[in-house]
Ligand binder design. Structure first.
Ligand code: GMT
Length: 378
């Protein structure tokens, strides 16, 4: 199949899923065309089936806001037409699904029919999409898509709860490449960070409010009063400066390291003992799955789709959002020497259920179904 993938190219989970999906599809022989405004972060290798088309947004002094959506629709039209695509798969409702709708109409006027699949990732629904500034566009473009997927049952139900969506939504969860995300021998790194055998706690995110990084810091603050430990914070975003200040105020700056954005996150996860994700809302929790694949158990909130990933008392524990004390008690239980090896093994076993080789066929089957249905309707 010839598939166009439209995504945000940055470190965000939706861009990571879209890029890893495209890479995996290319490896099994599909031709994949990425259409976005800059090279996706994880599009980092050559494959004869992979193409990258950059959306060009000409500068014009009259525009306070460059019309990215129009440029994106135009690029979709060009790529569908000249590369003869069978399908457009857009990740994130706004503006990708709405731009795809426009591209589809332009192409239809030229006698070309292109089915569009929209994948909902979370914040496009749970946060920004509900805002009245976007809601009508989100609802319309989901309903106009030929196929819609969501990354968890939670997100599917939340979409139906908050939008007048009439389309069937197929749940296809996030996945993991276990060849890349696996525990590696990085003991020198562990010794450098934890020279006296301290436990290593890790959090990775894009440092937005929804991640509740204050809770990460407070969990660690309380934990280190019982157990010698160190905290690694990976990623960057709007909350980082404030969180650095908080760590200084709590007098624990020496035990917390901010690593910024890292490509080789699996190397850090390889030496971690515990992963924290106390999010306010989380449609799936890809970063937690990456940790599990590297044999790291979880302390998470029970928000959103996290109960579909983290198995209570098996791969880690979940607590109500903001219940820092409960999270600390559970962290101490996991980190106890008698328990840690079992939690680590369980985390890996659970991650294997989301192996990309298991999830990829679900996407392929869904593509074939949607293309066949839309041909029948054309
Ligand atoms: O987690 C983020 O803040 C990034 C965000 C995004 O919009 O790219 O990730 C969302 O999509 C991921 C991939 O499907 C999910 O694993 C994340 O749970 C989801 N984030 C939230 O729901 C907050």
């Amino acid at each position: 199949m010839k598939i166009g993938i439209v995504c945000y190219p940055t470190f965000g989970g939706s861009g990571v899923v879209a890029t890893e999906l495209g890479k995996a599809l290319a490896k099994v022989g599909h031709q994949v065309h990425f259409i976005t405004y800059s090279q996706p972060q994880r599009l980092d290798f050559f494959n004869e089936n992979l193409y990258y088309h950059e959306v060009n947004i000409p500068a014009y002094p009259l525009f306070q806001y460059p019309p990215y959506e129009s440029a994106l629709s135009s690029e979709m039209v060009h790529v569908v037409k000249y590369m003869n695509l069978d399908l457009l798969h857009v990740h994130y409702a706004i503006p990708h699904a709405s731009s795809a709708y426009l591209a589809k109409q332009i192409l239809a006027a030229q006698g070309i029919h292109i089915p569009v699949i929209t994948t909902l990732h979370g914040t496009d629904i749970t946060l920004v999409g509900k805002d009245t500034s976007y809601e009508p566009v989100v609802t319309f473009s989901i309903n106009q898509s030929d196929g819609v997927t969501a990354v968890s049952e939670f997100l599917k139900n939340d979409t139906y709860r908050h939008f007048k969506v009439t389309k069937d939504i197929e749940v296809i969860p996030n996945f993991i490449d276990l060849e890349r995300f696996k525990k590696q021998e990085k003991d020198h790194f562990k010794t450098a960070i934890c020279p006296n055998g301290e436990k290593l706690i890790v959090h990775t995110s894009n440092f937005r409010e929804v991640k509740r990084i204050d809770d990460v810091v407070m969990i660690f603050h309380k934990l280190r009063q019982h157990l010698p430990s160190r905290l690694l914070l990976v990623g960057d975003g709007p909350e980082r400066a404030r969180i650095e200040k908080l760590c200084r105020q709590l007098g624990m700056f020496e035990d917390v390291r901010f690593l910024g954005k890292l490509d080789a996150i699996e190397e850090v996860l390889s030496v971690a003992d515990l992963f924290l994700m106390p999010s306010q809302s989380e449609s799936f929790g890809l970063a937690a799955l990456e940790a599990m694949a590297c044999e790291v158990p979880l302390i998470t909130s029970n928000a959103g789709g996290l109960p579909e990933l983290n198995v209570q008392g098996v791969t880690g524990f979940m607590s109500n959002v903001g219940d820092v004390d409960d999270m600390v008690q559970n962290a101490l239980h996991i980190l106890h020497e008698d328990n840690l090896p079992t939690f680590k093994a369980n985390a890996l076993a659970r991650a294997k259920e989301f192996d990309i080789t298991k999830i990829l066929p679900d996407y392929e089957a869904y593509y074939e179904r949607v293309v066949a249905e839309s041909k029948a309707l054309a």
